[in-house]
Design a protein around this ligand. Structure first.
Ligand code: TMP
Length: 699
């Protein structure tokens, strides 16, 4: 499905500027009309023939009805599995126009005789034959349509247009069937057979034949070469990537076909009758169409392989809901939703297939092989599901379970759907595992980032990127020590203790803090932390912290460093990386770049990270929480993980300490580490810091 065609009623009516229009009259238009009529007939014949099979079975025997419907569905797909190459061969030998005409007339006759004969075996035979004729008709007409277009560009669009007009009528046909069922109920009485729908389907094929007859010459075009699905399956997927895709396709096909297999009986049990059946099928068709459209457009930054796995799993979970909830309205909507997931899985699967990396390990010289293989997987799964799921439904049968508080009716169809759902879940889970190209990256943050239009980067990678984005520029003469950590980690106390210790040993020490070390900074701090500041955008917040920092450097840090002092700062750039980057889920690399500019690339000689679980840290605070402190627990957890990742990415510059340890121990370790970066020899008598340094425990 393409963007251009989706919103226009007639693809040739108003081509975008610069695009040559498809012919709007003559044989091209006629053949396309025939294709859409034949498509309508094809889709209408499915509910019509299955409903007929159900009404020809005993009314009170749900199992027999389900099996009759399943058999018709399987028979309608069987020609595609067994006779596809024969169809292609015949289409190549016989005059195209004549073949289309004969196929239309035969389909008309077969469908009209079904209600007249009124037996189950004939309904089944007709289903098989109508499907076989469709196998001759549809690929032949689809291949001929592009041959009636003038040039290569138009031929490509004609090809897509042919696909649209064949598949587009599916929801229309299902709704039409529902309407016809209502009309038949009203005129012929409740429980009437699907006669009316079958006659209308026959009439649609008559119309298709009439349109074909009006075309003088239909070009045979390229030979139609169709591989046998069974042969393709037997040859196998070829590569691991295609095998993963095959599993995903199996799960999606299993989930959607299981619904179709029991839909007639299931809706009957819920009091919906044939009209309900048509509505459920219309829901599914509309859902699939929407899924095909949405697949490439949602969560664009998200891995397509992950999306495929998730779509399949979501379809399977929806099937669980369908199996358990016995309400017609819920069934219609859940079926539609399942269709959305299945449709999205299908297009996402083709995106993965066409992605050069997706088949990097391919040794197949023929690009179309994997997609033919996947189509075979889908169709063979469908046949098996149509045949087996109703059998399971029949074998389980209906039971009434007394749950103490109330009774629960277990239906055979519900149980069969549940079993199918479990199988789809298993296949989906294995497919997800096999396809996952972001192993080790947690799913939820990945999804959350994609919802914000971004690609999630795990903390370690983000920290490494941030380190790379900061040009390292140490202070020329002085020493710069920063203290970092989450709320209530004790940075302020430890920074002061370190400063006192340094001063005691004769150093010129400047203690400072962020935000708010300068006059402007104090005003910025008030804005940033005031809980009345609402609606501050993340970028503005980042820039305000960076502005405070730039002012701080210019007026406090740089002058102190230039005169050779030791600067001890309570917070610095890492706070922005952790809070605005990790906490606010912005690209940490971008925050690093903004700050590299704001600071002129000044990086501390040592950063002491005091590590504490956010809950414990926040509990230590006595004042009412400010704007940042009152952020969610998740936010503070991300900040903590961010700090850790930053420290682990550059272990030489960091001292990581467990802030829950006794204050005196922490001070001693900090002093020991600071001693290593002091420019002048350590004052005499303090070499053995662990034993002789005065440890200040209280200020
Ligand atoms: P403080 O209360 O520890 O002085 O820190 C002020 C608050 O500002 C604290 O919650 C952390 C936050 N903050 C940032 O979000 N980004 C920054 O760049 C800095 C320096 C602090």
């Amino acid at each position: 499905m393409t963007r251009t065609g989706a919103s226009r009623p007639h693809p040739a009516a108003s081509p975008p500027p610069g695009v040559s229009p498809l012919p709007s009259s003559g044989p091209f238009r006629r053949l396309r009309s025939a294709l859409s009529l034949s498509g309508l007939g094809l889709w209408l014949s499915v509910p019509a023939l299955t409903a007929m099979a159900a009404t020809l079975t005993r009314d009170d025997d749900a199992a027999a009805q389900a099996q009759a419907v399943g058999a018709v569905l399987a028979l309608m797909l069987l020609p595609a599995v067994l006779l596809a190459p024969l169809g292609g061969m015949l289409a190549a030998r016989v005059d195209r126009r004549l073949m289309l005409l004969i196929a239309d007339v035969l389909r008309l006759v077969l469908l009209a005789t079904v209600p007249l004969v009124g037996t189950l075996p004939w309904t089944m035979a007709a289903a098989f034959l109508v499907a076989f004729l469709g196998l001759l008709w549809t690929p032949a007409a689809r291949a001929s349509l592009p041959a009636l277009a003038a040039d290569e560009d138009r031929r490509a669009r004609a090809h897509r247009s042919a696909t649209r007009v064949v598949f587009g009528p599916a929801p229309v046909a299902a709704l039409l069937f529902a309407v016809l069922a209502l009309i038949a109920d009203g005129t012929l009485g409740r429980g009437s057979r699907a006669d009316l729908a079958l006659y209308v389907t026959a009439a649609v094929f008559l119309a298709s034949g009439a349109v074909v007859a009006a075309i003088r010459d239909i070009p045979a075009s390229v030979p139609i070469h169709v591989e046998s699905p069974l042969k393709l399956l037997f040859q196998g997927p070829g590569t691991g990537a295609v095998r993963g895709l095959g599993l995903a396709v199996t799960a999606a096909s299993l989930a959607s076909c299981a619904v179709v297999a029991v839909a007639r009986v299931h809706t009957g049990e819920l009091g919906g009758g044939d009209a309900g059946y048509g509505t459920v099928l219309a829901g599914l068709a509309l859902g699939v169409g929407s899924g095909l459209f949405l697949g490439p457009r949602v969560l664009v930054p998200f891995s397509r392989r992950r999306l495929l796995g998730l779509a399949v799993l979501a379809a399977a979970v929806t099937l669980v809901v369908l199996a358990l909830v016995q309400n017609l309205v819920v069934v219609v909507f859940a079926t539609g939703l399942l269709g959305v997931f299945a449709g999205a899985a299908w297009t996402t699967g083709s995106t993965v297939l066409n992605d050069p990396d997706g088949l990097a390990d391919s040794d197949s010289p023929d690009d179309s092989r994997p997609s033919a293989y996947l189509r075979s997987v889908a169709v063979v799964t469908a046949v098996v599901v149509f045949a087996v799921v109703p059998l399971i439904a029949g074998a389980v049968g209906s039971h009434r379970i007394d749950l103490g508080g109330g009774v629960y009716d277990v239906t055979g169809t519900g149980a069969a759907l549940l079993i199918a759902a479990v199988a789809a879940l298993l296949a989906g889970a294995v497919a997800y595992k096999r396809l996952d190209d972001r192993r080790g990256i947690p799913l939820l943050p990945d999804l959350r980032a994609a919802l914000h239009g971004e690609v999630y980067t795990p903390p370690e990678q983000a920290a490494a990127a941030a380190a790379a984005a900061q040009p390292v520029h140490r202070g020329q003469r002085g020493v710069f020590v920063a203290f970092e950590g989450g709320e209530g980690a004790g940075k302020t106390t430890q920074a002061r203790l370190a400063a006192i210790w340094l001063r005691d040993h004769g150093y010129d020490v400047v203690t400072t803090q962020e935000p708010g070390a300068t006059k402007i900074g104090m005003r910025l701090r008030a804005m940033l932390l005031d809980r009345d500041t609402t609606g501050l955008s993340v970028r503005a917040e980042t820039l305000l912290y960076a502005a405070d920092r730039a002012d701080h450097i210019a007026n406090v840090i740089k002058p102190a460093m230039e005169r050779g002092a030791i600067v001890v700062s309570d917070r610095y750039v890492d706070s922005s990386l952790a809070y605005q980057g990790f906490g606010r889920q912005q690209r940490v690399e971008d925050i690093a770049r903004v700050n590299a500019w704001a600071t002129g690339g000044l990086v501390p000689d040592l950063t002491v990270l005091l590590e504490i679980p956010p809950r414990a840290g926040l509990d230590r605070l006595s004042a009412p929480a400010d704007r940042i402190e009152s952020e969610s627990a998740d936010f503070h957890e991300r900040v903590r993980a961010g700090f850790r990742a930053l420290a682990e990415a550059d272990p030489d510059r960091y001292l990581i300490l467990d802030a829950s340890r006794p204050q005196a121990e922490l001070s001693r370790e900090i002093q020991y580490r600071i001693r290593e970066i002091l420019p002048d020899p350590v004052p005499a008598g303090t070499e053995d810091v662990t034993s002789t340094f005065p440890v200040i425990t209280d200020l």
